[in-house]
Design a binder for this molecule. Structure first.
Ligand code: ATP
Ligand code: MG
Length: 611
């Protein structure tokens, strides 16, 4: 995607660069931060002062040289040259001091901008839909933010420290040359600079394509490396280390090639730049030497003209680098700002209200849904869970059971039909209040790489340690935790990798108990547990879900026999509905599943009896 975008329409690219820069301005000149605005103005004042001090020093040099080259030579240092020497020193000190003050004053503005943009992007990412995140790779995403914020830092720094001062310097010096040495000198200086700048930008532009390739390859290699490392277990299971290394090497080989091209092309740039500057310098020196010879100029003028040009050459040395980096920064920032432009697929409707108080009655009416257009997952699904009831959804793998839970959370909107909670269409309430009302123990629990205590407490961030331990007790994980050497402070590892499946599930149960929502949703919440632990938890879950509307998705039918209603879902259709007893009498799909599981269970029991 990036490639075609970069290679073609540079016109629209320029326009969007402009838009990006304007976007950034909003963060520099912030509406309600008077203090920051004042800082911007003061920093500008210092910038101007520093430039004036800089441009002044060749002048002092000129007077000094003229004083020292009076006919007959100087015998002793008289007052005037000494004063000039001191003035020269003062100018240099001021020039540096003003520069430093400018940076110090502006630092807060720049850092604040970076923080605001990063925070906004982070918030925005969490607001984006599940679908967006599923299509994206997290490694790539965090690089975009990292590069984007670095880009802002760079852009601000170089605008303030290099571009604006250089432009001011060019204007000042060309003006001075005109006034002091006449139009010819001024024009030569201007022409040299224009030639230099034009050449630098053109060559840098040409070199940029290698830089872009480098960046693309770098991103690619990074995403590959992260994905591969996240899947290290799978890699080991299949013994595919070599294969992974080869994939990675292919990506970094591309980087290598582009990087070498980029570095060799730098030589052209530097040689060309040197040539242009030398030509300008020779012309200026020749004209001033002629001026001195004809008596129109003093030796001091000759020295000063050279000094003025040198003042310009110095910052321009970095022009190629600065231009490239600024452009890159703009591209990086643009990518980050683009993220901010990604709309929320699921947005609160403008009249959304908080979900009103209620018992948590759920109703699905004629719901049709598919993740993708051409593949429908749920077909005309209707059911109701009355306040305080427990309803179970059972059915084969891939039937759409977890999909129902995702729709209830409004991670996706239904294609037709509607879902209501306490009579309120979930599309008309705020997502915040909707999600606060539902607690889920998901099928695959993923934990934060933090302590057990933190992960349980996540259900209600303001909960006390006591509440956390109580929840852990209800989820039958207190015994396990207390046996750990570090107890509740034990780190669980990335995504909770250091806990077993059953332990993770119980942490998830505990954190949902702590959340204490009006609706409970268990998606195979106890599937990873042995039957004894499962029975234990079932008891506490029964306790917790008393007076709460509960939706249970289960494979093991024995855990749902007490449900008020059991829904059998098959390929997205509701095949049967009824209580355990009713469904058994019906002799349908449920009865068949039940019989099969009973067989396994009795076998298991016999096995247990033997061992
Ligand atoms: N994000 C997605 N994009 C596209 N298709 C999806 C997505 N998530 C799930 N599906 C598909 O939707 C169907 C139903 O998935 P769902 O997770 O609801 O099944 P399930 O009944 O919970 O199965 P299981 O018992 O194995 O958990 C599956 O065929 C699955 O491939
Ligand atoms: Mg599922």
């Amino acid at each position: 995607m990036d490639k075609t975008k970069f290679d073609s329409h540079s016109q629209s690219e320029k326009r969007s660069h402009f838009k990006t820069a304007v976007n950034l301005l909003d963060y520099i000149w912030t509406k309600d931060r008077m203090d920051l605005k004042i800082r911007v103005l003061i920093a500008f004042g210092f910038l101007l002062a520093a430039e004036i001090a800089t441009v002044y020093s060749p002048y002092i040099l000129k007077f000094l040289v003229d004083d020292l080259t009076v006919e007959g030579g100087v015998d002793v240092l008289v007052v005037v040259p000494v004063a000039l020497i001191i003035a020269y020193g003062v100018a240099r000190v001021l020039q540096q001091a003003f520069g430093e003050l400018r940076d110090a004053i502006f630092a807060k503005v720049g850092q604040n901008a970076i923080r605001q943009v990063a925070l906004k992007t982070f918030r925005h990412l969490h607001r984006l839909s599940l679908r967006f995140h599923m299509d994206r790779q997290t490694g790539g995403l965090s690089r975009v933010i990292e590069r984007g914020t670095k880009g802002i830092d760079f852009l601000l720094r170089f605008m303030l420290f290099n571009i604006i001062p250089t432009v001011l310097k060019i204007l000042f010096i060309c003006g001075i040359m005109w006034v002091e040495y006449g139009m010819a000198m001024s024009l030569i200086t201007a022409a040299t600079l224009i030639g230099y700048i034009y050449f630098t930008l053109a060559v840098t532009e040409w070199r940029l394509k290698y830089r872009r390739k480098m960046n693309d390859k770098d991103s690619e290699a990074n995403t590959k490396a992260i994905d591969s490392l996240l899947n290290f277990e799978t890699v080991k299971y299949f013994g595919n280390e070599h294969h992974e290394a080869e994939r990675f090497d292919k990506a970094i080989a591309g980087y290598e090639k582009a990087a070498v091209r980029s570095q060799t092309s730098l030589a052209y740039l530097n040689i060309g730049q040197g040539f242009i500057i030398a030509t300008g310098m020779v012309l200026v020196l020749y004209i001033s030497a002629e001026g001195v010879a004809s008596g129109a100029m003093t030796v001091g003028d000759f020295v000063a003209a050279h000094a003025f040009l040198m003042l310009l050459v110095q910052p321009l040395n970095f022009l190629g680098f600065v231009y490239r980096e600024i452009k890159q920064s703009l591209v990086d920032m643009e990518k980050m700002f683009e993220l901010l432009d990604v709309g929320r697929e699921i947005d609160d409707n403008p009249h959304a209200v908080p979900l009103p108080e209620g018992g948590g009655e759920i109703e699905f009416s004629a719901v049709n849904f598919g993740y993708e257009e051409n593949r429908q997952i749920l077909h005309d699904v209707s059911f109701k869970v009355k306040t305080g009831q427990k309803v179970a959804i059972v059915g084969p793998s891939g039937a759409g059971k977890s999909t129902i839970s995702r729709i209830l959370f409004r991670f996706y909107d239904v294609n037709s039909g509607k879902v209501t909670i306490d009579g309120q269409d979930i599309r008309d309430v705020t997502q915040q209040s909707l999600r606060a009302a539902i607690g889920i123990v998901p099928q695959d629990t993923v934990l934060f790489n933090d302590t057990i205590s933190y992960n349980v407490g996540y259900g209600r961030p303001e909960a006390s340690q006591q509440d956390i331990e109580e929840a852990a007790r209800l989820a039958s994980i207190d015994g396990f935790i207390e046996k750990l050497p570090e107890g509740y402070a034990t780190m669980v590892g990335e995504r909770g990798l250091k806990l077993s499946g059953g332990e993770k599930q119980r942490v998830a149960i505990a954190r949902t108990i702590l959340k204490s929502p009006r609706i409970l949703l268990f998606d195979e919440a106890t599937s990873a547990l042995d039957s004894r632990t499962e029975r234990e938890i079932q008891e506490s879950l029964k306790e917790v879900s008393k007076n709460r509307t509960t939706l249970v998705i289960a494979h093991r039918l024995s855990t749902v026999v007490d449900a008020d209603e059991i829904i059998v879902l098959d390929s997205g259709h509701i095949a049967e509905k009824g209580t355990h007893q009713e469904l058994l009498e019906k002799q349908g799909q449920y009865a068949e599943m039940w019989a099969r599981q009973q067989e396994v269970a009795s076998y298991q029991e016999k096995l247990d009896a033997i061992t």
